[in-house]
Ligand binder design. Sequence first.
Ligand SMILES: NC(=O)C1=CN([C@@H]2O[C@H](COP(=O)(O)OP(=O)(O)OC[C@H]3O[C@@H](n4cnc5c(N)ncnc54)[C@H](O)[C@@H]3O)[C@@H](O)[C@H]2O)C=CC1
Ligand SMILES: O=C(O)C1=N[C@H](C(=O)O)C[C@H](O)C1
Length: 268
Amino acid sequence: MTTPGIVITGASGRMGRMLVAEVLASDACRLVGALERPGHDWIGRDLGEAMGGAPIGVIVSDDPVGTIARAQAVIDFTSPAATVAFAELTAQARAVHVIGTTGLSPDDLGKIAAAARHAPIIRAGNMSLGVNLLLGLTRRVAAALGPDWDIEIVEAHHRMKVDAPSGTALMLGEAAAEGRGATLDDLRTPAREGMTGARIPGSIGFAAIRGGDVVGEHDVIFAGPGERVVLRHLATDRAIFARGALRAALWGQDKGPGEYDMADVLGL
Ligand SMILES: NC(=O)C1=CN([C@@H]2O[C@H](COP(=O)(O)OP(=O)(O)OC[C@H]3O[C@@H](n4cnc5c(N)ncnc54)[C@H](O)[C@@H]3O)[C@@H](O)[C@H]2O)C=CC1
Ligand SMILES: O=C(O)C1=N[C@H](C(=O)O)C[C@H](O)C1
């Protein structure tokens, strides 16, 4: 039996490079393609050489149709527009699509849901074991603490991150809202600036810090009368996300069409 062939999109990106290394180090799969955006200077080059090492026989391509046709799984950490386009092509190829891209709009999510009618899509704003455990803890603490406890989510990321709040912060906010028997749309408070007025009771607030090379830090703060509870996750190595994504790609091999998340993959 041959191992599943994996295509990595955005192969030159911060996550793309981690994913390539993770797939090449695994005996459970093969790297069968690497995609970059048209005009990128890696197009047409051997991926191993482009990454500064020995050739590996995979040429970086800007042709998603031909490349994805060879894949049993596509691991995709790129941009919302690229991910929506890849979702359609991956569904046509009946391959597993693992989506790590964040900043997706409701319209993007609708298109991804449509693609998932034809093939499995596993999507999470954070693929790490630690954050996915923290989601369950956040749900439980939010349920246990009453409405006198204000919920605020603070996240910090590197200076190149383009979306805010982070995908992880939004997942944590959704978990906190679920703990309160509501949705994040019900409880989310707009970003604060100027004369905001006092805090809306029961709302969930977000703050985003951007700077340097911070991999990803998230605090869920429960601020009550006279005390605070803080749940924290600190990512210090992007390999945690790549490891989770590859695990998802392999897990998805025998799954039917539909939308899945890391709780499904990890059995949480
Ligand atoms: N879910 C998770 O666990 C994680 C999610 N992310 C998310 O992954 C995404 C990417 O993050 P980074 O790697 O830091 O960004 P990056 O900017 O370093 O990499 C993105 C790559 O995608 C490429 N790309 C863009 N459009 C493309 C197209 N049409 N075809 C092929 N390649 C294309 C870019 O050229 C670039 O190389 C972000 O949305 C980020 O929030 C990042 C880390 C963990
Ligand atoms: O852009 C990043 O770097 C990260 N993005 C994800 C997010 O938006 O939460 C996951 C991780 O925090 C790193």
